[in-house]
Design a protein around this ligand. Structure first.
Ligand SMILES: [Zn+2]
Ligand SMILES: [Zn+2]
Length: 186
């Protein structure tokens, strides 16, 4: 999504609101790949917020909400999950970057990754949003906190009840020794 910041740059407005959804597969910006087990529907990413001008400093501030489908890390059931976070970027025009104090490389603190550059009076935050999503996504998701997972023998979900596999209590010999030592201490 291209956000027109002309009004902001011309000081005709000090806030441009936006509220849109986008499909990461059909965006025209280059961006990082999201994990293949994360399925985001066409309108799964919603971005709301505003581009503001605060005393000559332009900022893009947004709340990102991602609805996605993934698999439970224990039982592999499909689950719908939601990821929400806030993000913000400084908006810089190249003119500002060239003429301002930032032109001196020594004074620039190098935090260019938190910057959106204006191109033809527009900013395109989608690549940054996808990168942030890839960082914010949890490493794994569970269908429920106490998901019992799958039977290690037959692979059936333990939640569905007795799968018929006998649970044999095999104690690793090393642990048996430990167990004895503990018992002797008591
Ligand atoms: Zn599960
Ligand atoms: Zn089983």
């Amino acid at each position: 999504m291209k956000i027109d910041v002309t009004e902001l740059m011309n000081h005709r407005s000090n806030a441009i609101r936006f509220d849109y959804t986008f499909d990461p597969r059909h965006t025209d910006v280059e961006c990082v790949e999201l994990p293949s087990d994360v399925n985001i529907p066409d309108d799964g990413i919603r971005i709301t917020g505003e581009a503001v001008d605060t005393l000559g400093c332009m900022m893009w501030k947004a709340h990102v909400s991602v609805s996605y489908r993934t698999a439970c890390a224990r039982c592999l059931d499909e689950i719908d999950a939601v990821l929400e976070f806030d993000m913000e970027r400084m908006i810089l025009t190249e003119r500002l970057f060239g003429d301002d104090h930032l032109s001196d490389e020594d004074e620039w603190d190098g935090e260019t990754e938190d910057v959106l550059y204006v191109n033809e009076a527009r900013i395109i935050p989608d690549g940054d949003v996808i990168e942030e999503i890839s960082l914010e996504l949890p490493a794994f998701v569970l269908c429920s906190e106490d998901c019992p997972g799958l039977c290690p023998r037959c692979g059936k979900p333990l939640r569905d009840g007795d799968c018929g596999c006998k649970e044999e209590k095999q104690i690793n010999p090393k642990f048996a020794i430990l167990q004895k030592l503990l018992e002797n201490q008591e």
